[in-house]
Design a protein around this ligand. Sequence first.
Ligand code: GDP
Ligand code: MG
Length: 314
Amino acid sequence: MSFHSGFVCILGRPNAGKSTLLNALVGEKLAIISPKPQTTRNRILGIINVPKVKSREAGQIVLIDTPGVHQSGSSLGRKMMSEIREALEGCELILLIVDAKKKWDREDGFVLDLAKKAGTPIFLLLNKIDLLGDKSKLLPLIAQFQTLHDFKETVPISALKKKGLDELLSCVLKALPNGPRYFPEDQITDQPVRFMAAELIREHVLMQTHEEVPHAVSVLIEQFEESQRLTRIAAVIFCERDGQKAILLGKGGQMLKKIGTDARLDIEKMVGTKVFLELFVKIKAGWRDSRTFVEELDWRRQLQQIGGMPDPES
Ligand code: GDP
Ligand code: MG
């Protein structure tokens, strides 16, 4: 029996639906989602084990979700682009995902060029087809995209409504070579739990705040202690200015309390124990331009620094 496997990079502009697709295909919430651009800052691995069915061989797809491709001069922006390049390196297939409702423009051309440079076969995914009222628009749209590049496949999907995903999995598996099972069958990601907790906190900050605040916020876990019944977490929400701190705290601390309660409930679902969550807000002026701080936020870098040891919490 043949077994197909490989690394598959999800690439696209901010808000195209990359993280929604990762979560939908893996069936678990591995990446946080928001309607705001630049929600994803690190590359995120999601592992899918596909069983054999009549028309399809078995296999393992290692998906990599990436930050949205954009041009920014800050250290954070550069770090996000380097996360994308690392994801593209050594992948066997690129899933270029576009918002089917949006007109193709120069920014899309930039993403396509990046994908082409990788020299890897590219699938075009037309996402958000649930928003296309008139389905007869789909075929001309596909034809139009085919003039841009000889995509190996063009697959219309709705990541949100989970439409077209089975067809997508079959096409992806068919395009992957015979290969090993890279990860054990029960593993769905390589992210440490404590990093996922930090992301869930950041997701609630994104939900509750607007304008520049979401972009100016990062979250670091300072304490993460698991016991059978209780997980104790202390986390710092970093922002860049006094005004942002005031927004994050809210009147009488109400905002921070709401973020804390909502995040705690989500983290409890993830870890399966009660959670005691303490949140602090600190100002770190201009952190997005600090290469050292941006690297500090990268859990892969953190693991390297403690000698490549697996995270005890993961
Ligand atoms: P990313 O920046 O590419 O990772 O995009 P996200 O996955 O964070 O999604 C951005 C926004 O698009 C969120 O509000 C999602 O709910 C929404 N979205 C993603 N996929 C779909 C889809 O298939 N249909 C619709 N209607 N919305 C979607
Ligand atoms: Mg994302």
